[in-house]
Each structure stands twice: as structure tokens, then as C-alpha cells.
Design a protein around this ligand. Structure first.
Ligand code: MN
Length: 474
């Protein structure tokens, strides 16, 4: 990206946050800088990186949305709006039904521009990395929300690396006792597994090299703490770490899918596969989130079971970075990289809508798991708009709903006293239909006690129509 716009945004953020410090004592701007650096690491485009630098300037800093639009354009401002909206949707402490509803609303906000959720994930990642400075109550709240929402979200978007880090950062705060237990319980096993895996790594490396596969990378990875914890809690494992076969796993990265299958053959010639654990070919049958890899379990030296994962460098990138990797490859392509180069290792340059499909399939899954959310209700959602109050409360209104419908949805009294309305900060006529994602602010006219007859001509919700007619009759 160009450094000039980055510098301009940095100066804007510095100014907007000039009098603010983080609880760590650092200047506030260190936070958006860290967020922007993460987005840059993920290979996102300039608009997203700039939005990352500016994501708190309006909500928490001294800037206005107009300043933002003037200097950086509407696209950046829309991403910043989306991040603010998502931050305003509170998911913890709600009932299960509210939780599912709010989550769905959140998904729809993100669906407007995927970069919104990527900026939000980078924001949450930095906040989790600096969680030690918050009060204990806040630590637990944020850590729980991270485990319940943001880590699964990262997983659904195929961002395995981010998911793993978020979970491991949250784990000690949400389950402090179990965390301490697991840390000391697992330490000697990790150590033994590490030594063993180093032996396997050397053997495999020389077998792969002598088979003439160039450019292969063979390494050992250790299982994330939280993911080990979840696995130990399964009834069949019963907190017994000796039942876990992938505390350490061997990872083989090669250039092409063909080489993946050759490497699999080499491994099975070297070590016998474990019959009851089998081979899973997620290259031929990718997981719904796009994950691709071949996994096998073998009896290694001394008969210990070792898990081996084989994939191409491109698949590896995708499994670590998910949708962000798609972004990266699409950007590389539009920057003129040859198709041949991009397809090496069969990188599928995703069609821009694949993430929408992922989100929608996630929505479907949630619906399926919640019997009380009937299919009918889900269908109804397709024809509804979600609008926001200035403080981030979400209202679900039918298509064609106007600011008056919104006002009555919030409160009958607010409806009766509506004097005007602003949508996304601009004054609008009271009969203007609202759109998905609009932020609606009602201007109260304290002298008004009754609704207007005209309103009956354009309201679409039963609630509004009912309250208006009733007030007019009196
Ligand atoms: Mn932030």
C-alpha cells in the first residue's frame, strides 16, 4: 500500500486520540496502530488498513464521521460504522434466544462488507493481548465474549491461527482453575512429545528429500492449550492426556497437491497407518470453511502414534488465514500476478461471494440447532431490515418500514413525540423507507402529545398502526 495515505490516517488518529491513554499507560493511538499492523500482516487492502487505524476515532476519539468521509472517503467511513455497530451489540449475559438473534444480526452487519469483521477481529485480538490491564470483571466479560463469539467467528471464517490465539488468550480468564491444572498436568507430556516428534521429523525429512520432493518443509506443531482442554473434556477422553494423539503433530508443506499424495505414500511406507484412526483427505473433500489438508495417524518409532498433516503452502496459508488469505490472493491477482503462479498449489481464488455463503451456512446451522427458531422465522428474516439505535440496539423491521415504525418499535411514547428523524446522521423525511444497517435517531418534539393522521398513510408495522389509531381515537 502507499505510505502517504497511511501516514495521513495515522496523523488523523493521533490527533483524534491525542488526550487519551490506554489502561496500560501507553498513548491510545498505540491500539489502532497495532490493529492496522495486524491487518497489514493479514494482507488486507489499503482501505481496511486505514479503517483499522481510524476505527475508534469517532466512537472513542474526537473526530466526526464527516471529517472521516472528507479525508478518507465513504468506504472507510462505512467500515468504521460497521465496527462500531458490532461493538455495540452485546452478546454476553443474554438469554439463549437473544444470543442467537443478536448473533444473526451481527452476521448481517458483517455481510455488508467482510472487512468490517476482519477489522473487528484485529481489534479484539489486540484487546485480548493487552487484557491484563483491565479490571477483573472486564477481563472475564471480554474473555468470555471472545470464547463465545469471536473465536468461533474466526473459525467459521477459516482463520485457524487467529482462532487459536484468541482462545488461548481467553482461557486463563474464563477457566482459571482448569487452566492452572492443565498447564502443570500437560507440561511433561508436551516435553516428551516434543522430543519424540523431533526424531520423527528428521526421519520424515530425509525420506521426503530422498524421494526428490524439493522445497518441502517438515515441522512439528504443538496443540493449542484451549483446544487440548476441549478435547480432554470429551467424555471418551475423561481428562486423560494419554488418550490425545495430536499433542504434537507433524506438518509437511509442499508445493502441489500431487506432492501431498506422494508425501502420504512416503509416510505410509515409512510408518504403518493406524487402522482405526484412518486417513482423512480434506483435499479431495474440503471442510465447509475451506480447510484442506491430508491427515493420517501412524505408528512411529517405538510404536507411538503420531499425527501427520500434509498440505501445500497455499492451503496452509488458507487454513491459517482463511478469508484473509482469499483477500490476499485476490489482491495479488489484481496486482498482476499470473494465474499460473496463483494456481500453483491449486489456490482457488475465491469468488467474492464465497464468504457470504459461509456466513449464510453458519446462520442455517444456528437455526437448525435451535428448534424454537422455526424455519418460518428464518424465512421472515430474509425480508426484514435490521436498523440500529444511536447506541447500537438492534431493531428488526419489515421491508418498507419508516422512521415512525422504528420509533414505535422502540417505545410508544417515542412514537407519539416524534418530531423528525436522522438516518446515518442526516435529516430525512418521516416516510422514508429504512435500509438494512441504517442508524436511526429520532428527534423528540416535547410539545407533541399525539401522532399525526398522515402517518397512517405510510407506516407498515402493526405496532405503529395500532398505537397511532388508538391515540387518535382518544
Ligand atoms: Mn478498538
Amino acid at each position: 500500500m502507499d505510505e502517504a495515505p497511511y501516514q495521513q490516517a495515522l496523523e488523523f488518529a493521533q490527533l483524534a486520540h491525542h488526550d487519551q491513554t490506554r489502561l496500560s499507560g501507553e498513548p491510545f493511538v498505540s491500539h489502532p496502530q497495532a490493529v492496522a499492523a495486524t491487518l497489514r500482516d493479514w494482507g488486507l487492502d489499503q482501505t481496511a488498513i486505514i479503517a483499522g487505524l481510524l476505527h475508534d476515532t469517532v466512537e472513542d476519539g474526537g473526530a466526526t464521521r464527516d471529517d472521516l468521509v472528507k479525508q478518507f472517503g465513504e468506504e472507510v467511513a462505512l467500515i468504521v460504522d460497521g465496527v462500531t455497530k458490532i461493538t455495540g451489540i452485546h452478546l454476553t449475559g443474554s438469554t439463549e434466544e437473544q444470543f442467537v438473534e443478536n448473533l444473526r444480526k451481527m452476521i448481517l452487519v458483517m455481510a455488508a462488507d467482510l472487512r468490517v469483521v476482519l477489522v473487528k477481529l484485529a481489534d479484539r485480538l489486540h484487546n485480548m493481548r493487552t487484557l491484563q490491564y483491565l479490571s477483573p470483571a472486564k477481563q472475564i466479560e471480554n474473555a468470555r465474549e471472545t470464547l463465545e463469539i469471536y473465536a468461533p467467528l474466526a473459525e467459521r471464517l477459516g482463520m485457524g491461527k487467529v482462532k487459536g490465539e484468541l482462545e488461548d488468550l481467553a482461557f486463563p480468564y474464563v477457566y482459571p482453575d482448569d487452566y492452572r491444572w492443565l498447564k502443570s498436568y500437560s507440561a511433561p507430556y508436551y516435553k516428551t512429545a516434543g522430543k519424540y516428534m523431533e526424531k520423527v521429523r528428521r526421519d520424515v525429512h530425509s525420506a521426503i528429500s530422498s524421494a526428490g520432493i524439493k522445497n518441502a518443509l517438515v515441522s512439528a506443531r504443538s496443540k493449542h492449550m484451549y483446544s487440548l482442554y476441549r478435547k480432554l473434556l470429551r467424555p471418551e477422553n475423561n481428562r486423560d492426556i494419554t488418550k490425545i494423539h495430536d499433542l504434537m503433530a507433524l506438518r509437511i508443506l509442499v508445493d502441489t497437491p500431487e506432492q501431498c499424495y506422494i508425501a502420504l505414500g512416503i509416510i505410509h511406507k515409512l510408518y504403518r497407518p493406524v487402522p482405526y484412526l484412518g486417513v482423512r483427505d480434506f483435499i479431495a473433500n474440503p471442510k465447509p470453511n475451506g480447510y484442506r489438508s491430508i491427515q493420517t495417524n501412524v505408528f512411529g518409532p517405538e510404536g507411538h502414534i503420531a499425527e501427520v498433516q500434509i498440505r501445500t503452502y497455499a492451503m496452509h496459508d488458507q487454513s491459517e488465514m482463511g478469508v484473509a488469505a482469499h483477500w490476499h490472493y485476490s489482491a495479488a491477482k489484481s496486482a498482476g500476478a499470473s494465474d499460473e503462479k496463483l494456481e500453483k498449489g491449486h489456490v482457488e481464488v475465491s469468488d467474492k461471494l464465497s464468504w457470504v455463503k459461509q456466513l449464510v451456512s453458519w446462520q442455517n446451522e444456528i437455526t437448525d440447532s435451535q428448534e424454537y427458531l422455526t424455519a418460518l422465522k428464518f424465512d421472515a428474516l430474509q425480508h426484514r431490515n435490521l436498523v440500529f439505535s444511536p447506541v447500537g440496539d438492534v431493531y428488526d423491521l419489515p421491508r418498507g418500514a419508516t422512521p415512525i415504525d422504528y420509533a414505535y418499535a422502540v417505545h410508544t411514547k417515542l412514537g407519539h413525540q416524534t418530531g423528525g428523524a436522522k438516518v446515518n446522521g442526516k435529516l430525512v423525511p418521516l416516510n422514508q423507507p429504512l435500509h438494512n444497517g441504517d442508524v436511526v435517531e429520532i428527534i423528540i418534539d416535547r410539545k407533541r402529545t399525539k401522532p399525526s393522521h398522515e402517518w397512517l398513510g405510510f407506516v407498515v408495522t402493526t405496532t405503529a398502526r395500532h398505537h397511532i389509531s388508538k391515540a387518535l381515537k382518544n
